[in-house]
Design a protein around this ligand. Structure first.
Ligand code: PEP
Length: 268
């Protein structure tokens, strides 16, 4: 065979994504100050996407501080599945779009545990986000009891089975999955790279079985749960881990910038 005839099967490029989940932290003025500080510490790179998810009340000031066409994107931490109506205290996807959000976290374990969100509700939120052009960052993860019973993978795929039900291939292409073991969130006890990789691989296999190998190869799967500047290097070195959803460590500009820089230089 002539060299010219060699068949190259392109591996899809999954750009690493680092998401900062601010949770219920930072007022509008604190958000603006944080972003000014963060922007001074970072250099844009096509090798990493970055998303900040302030509380709803700080989205506008965060958007202004980032400026128009910023390389750092905005996301929200939750949404309601309806467009508008009598849903006191709720916020819709179109409202988030107008505040320049491009992403939205859906089904975070704190929402599941503290606010009673069920898999069926989460599925409706995923759909509502997609309809309005928001990329859902769908969080799934097993409890400590499930892990100890050897059911980490089956717990995660059971969540995905409902949360992603009925999505077409093009819809799934805009979804980001965040594997967040519940026992690792806010505990300082991150999953080992091996533990995370094993679940990431089973998530990719689940997508391949339910849709196809192209979708499975393209979907970004993040790890979340006590990610720090110290463990990010090892986690992000794995080809199976396409980025991180960062809670506690994203509230400090130095820590968050360090994690972003690790992603920007990984396998450089
Ligand atoms: C999270 O809440 O999504 C999270 C990953 O938190 P932490 O990094 O603090 O464990």
């Amino acid at each position: 065979m002539h060299a010219r005839d060699t068949i190259h099967i392109e591996k899809p490029v999954r750009i690493p994504l680092i998401v900062g989940n601010w949770k219920m932290n930072k007022t509008p003025s604190e958000a603006a100050a944080f972003i000014r500080d963060l922007l001074e510490r970072l250099t844009p790179s096509p090798k990493t996407d970055v998303v900040l998810t302030p509380p709803f009340t700080s989205l506008e000031s965060a958007s202004k501080a980032l400026g128009p066409s910023s390389w750092i994107n905005l996301g929200a931490q939750n949404l309601h599945w309806e467009q508008q109506g009598a849903f006191t205290g709720e916020v819709s996807a179109s409202m988030l779009r107008e505040l320049n959000c491009r992403y939205v976290i859906v089904g975070h374990s704190e929402r599941r545990m503290l606010f009673g969100e069920r898999d069926e509700t989460i599925q409706k939120k995923v759909r509502a986000a997609l309809v309005q052009g928001l990329a859902p960052i769908l969080c799934v993860g097993e409890s400590l009891a499930e892990r100890e019973a050897g059911k980490a993978t089956s717990a995660v795929t059971a969540q995905l089975d409902v949360n992603l039900a009925g999505l077409a291939q093009q819809e799934l292409a805009s979804v980001i999955i965040a594997y967040e073991p519940v026992w690792a969130i806010g505990t300082g006890r991150a999953a080992t790279t091996e533990q995370a990789v094993a679940v990431h691989q089973s998530i990719r296999s689940f997508v391949e079985a339910g849709w196809n190998s192209t979708t499975a190869a393209a979907i970004r799967i993040l790890y979340g749960g006590s990610v720090t500047p110290q463990n990010a290097e090892s986690l992000l070195a794995s080809e199976a881990i396409d980025g991180a959803l960062v809670g506690g460590a994203c509230l400090n500009p130095d820590s968050f910038a360090t994690i972003v820089r690790i992603a920007q230089t990984r396998r450089a």
